[in-house]
Design a protein around this ligand. Structure first.
Ligand code: F3S
Length: 399
């Protein structure tokens, strides 16, 4: 790889031990993927924040980077942690786990990382614009950044995202290059999708068909005429989970979609296929549901307002987690939504989510509007699932 004099100095250890290690990681990655050079990034999102995923080895790596003088050079935010940093006791988190999670957050804070702990950084200030190069981890956010915002990122891992934060660089390969972003297959959506859970089912149906085709081809998706931010975050999370998709083009949504003609290779997604995907994520009986969660990906303030409206003056009968980012929770506090929601017995699980929190074995069946949450509820925690419209998920908590 061709490095600039500053990048060469980083690699030689002129800056700090942490920067040297970071540049070594990026240089190795770039060499593996055939990058010719490094490019500057304007934003980083780091995943792998839960102590449950990092363990002691991961925490030690972070501590060494912090002790070695690592400092974020660009705006850097964090993915959800394993607990609500301020309210973990209410969620039944083990004190030993909490202490270790706090050590993880502390290591990131020492490196100047904004410890917002959310998978939707684009809802509160980490919002790259069209064409900007970024280095994001977290598959749903990567897909959203590439496909909805039109920024350019590969799907980073935790260490490579941290390395990008500490150097302000990433190797120029993959979705940073114009030629890699061209769509390869047209997907014609013949189904009517309106709500988050339907967008999630659509993401599953498309993702699985792409996977079955044996390729991670960038899809050009036709037939979706209308989609809100909330619909799109659900869709991005789902197609990334079930298809490994990091970029799609959707005319009318994706800023650069108009640059391309629909590729000749194509497949369609019928109403029946979306309904089959919905059915597959509904294996729990209503009576089996003992855990309800909304906020995968993390909730927007508009969604929290709706929950407050639905819960006003009522009492929930099941464990109900409202998962969102701390800045969004602050708006909720200011608007009085938090008071209404907490008076109902529902709990804010800020900074975390029902997937990364260590809750394996605590529940039998999850009700949610998120296809991604269904996937991990089963794969990680062995919960059955009910995938429902947003309002009905709230209704499930009240039953
Ligand atoms: Fe976000 Fe957790 Fe879902 S990280 S996308 S809420 S699995």
């Amino acid at each position: 790889m061709k490095l600039s004099s500053e990048e060469r100095a980083m690699l030689d250890g002129t800056h700090s031990k942490a920067v040297q290690k970071a540049m070594e990681i990026l240089n190795t990655l770039g060499t593996i993927y055939g990058a010719e050079k490094m490019i500057p990034v304007v934003s980083v999102q780091i995943a792998g924040v839960s102590y449950a995923n990092l363990g002691e080895a991961g925490l030690q790596f972070l501590s060494e980077m912090a002790d070695g003088g690592g400092k974020a050079r660009v705006l850097t935010t964090l993915n959800p942690a394993g607990m609500d940093i301020e309210n973990w006791q209410a969620l039944g988190i083990d004190p030993e786990f909490a202490a270790n999670q706090e050590r993880v957050i502390d290591a990131f804070a020492r490196m100047g990382v904004v410890t917002t702990c959310s998978c939707t950084p684009y809802l509160f200030g980490n919002v790259p614009h069209f064409g900007e190069h970024i280095a994001w981890a977290e598959s749903s956010a990567v897909c959203y950044a590439n496909s909805v915002l039109g920024a350019r990122t590969n799907r980073e891992g935790g260490p490579s995202a941290l390395a990008a934060a500490l150097t302000g660089r990433t190797p120029a390969y993959g979705f940073h290059l114009h030629e890699s972003r061209a769509p390869k297959v047209t997907v014609v959506v013949e189904a009517d999708v309106n709500e988050n859970h339907e967008f999630g089912a659509l993401g599953k149906a498309i993702g699985q068909k792409l996977e079955a085709g044996g390729k991670k081809a960038v899809p050009y998706i036709q037939g979706v005429s209308n989609a809100s931010v909330e619909n799109l975050k659900s869709f991005c999370a789902s197609i990334a989970t079930y298809g490994g998709t990091a970029l799609f083009h959707m005319p009318g949504i994706t800023p650069e979609a108009e640059r391309y003609a629909p590729p000749p290779e194509s497949f369609s997604i019928s109403q029946a296929e979306v309904e089959a995907a919905l059915d597959e994520m509904n294996d729990a009986e209503e009576s089996e549901v003992d855990f309800v969660s909304l906020g995968c990906p993390h909730l927007s303030i508009k969604e929290i307002a709706r929950i407050a409206e639905l819960l006003e003056g009522k009492q929930v009968k099941k464990e109900f987690w409202i998962t969102t980012a701390r800045p969004t929770k602050h708006i909720s506090d200011r608007m009085g939504y938090t008071a209404v929601i907490e008076a109902s017995g529902a709990k804010f699980a800020t900074d975390t989510c029902c997937v990364v929190a260590p809750i394996s074995g605590r529940f039998n069946a999850l009700a949610t509007d998120s296809a991604k949450a269904c996937y991990y509820a089963y794969a990680k925690n062995k919960f059955k699932t009910r995938l429902l419209p947003f309002d009905e998920v709230v209704g499930e908590a009240l039953r």
